[in-house]
Design a protein around this ligand. Structure first.
Ligand SMILES: N[C@@H](CCC(=O)N[C@@H](CS)C(=O)NCC(=O)O)C(=O)O
Length: 144
């Protein structure tokens, strides 16, 4: 999506699950997961979606068409949502897909509650939390 938005030419390679866990893909991502990118302009290879997004923005969005100037309020807020996505939402969606489609046993407790219900509810609770100033680990910094 980012490559499209920034008009960066690319070739897309689709992998089946078993192919992610062996060579030659494991040399690209030893963690055996997608996405990963190989950039011939810099010879940089990266995996982990958040790192890839940061890299593409820093290297191919110098005009800030889809990002914000470093140091601005929006820059930090975009990073906040990126971290939220990769740590608080993505893993839940991943588990939801696993337990709904691939896990050999049907586990009602996993599909109905923990992982399938949680992505939506974690997004909703986040919205609620953002609209209130009270959160157990929130801090108000003092002017220095
Ligand atoms: N934290 C990783 C998660 C990557 C991930 O789990 N990708 C899934 C597909 S969306 C995958 O490769 N699953 C294969 C597996 O778990 O073996 C990221 O954000 O890039």
């Amino acid at each position: 999506m980012i490559l499209e938005e920034l008009n960066v030419p690319y070739t897309f390679k689709m992998l089946e699950f078993p192919d992610m866990k062996k060579e030659p893909y494991e040399s690209i991502n030893p963690n055996g997961r997608v996405p990963a990118i190989e950039d011939p302009n810099t010879s940089i290879t990266l995996w982990e979606s958040g790192a890839i997004i940061d890299y593409l923005i820093e290297n191919y969005d110098k005009q800030h068409n889809i990002s914000f100037a470093a140091g601005s309020k929006e820059y930090y807020e975009a990073k906040q949502w990126l971290f939220y996505q990769v740590s608080g939402q993505g893993p839940y969606f991943e588990q939801a897909v696993w337990f709904s489609l691939y896990h050999p046993e049907k586990l009602l407790s996993a599909t109905s509650m923990r992982f399938v219900a949680s992505p939506a509810s974690s997004t909703a609770s986040c919205r609620t939390r953002n609209s209130s100033s009270a959160a157990s680990s929130a801090m108000r910094m003092r002017r220095s």
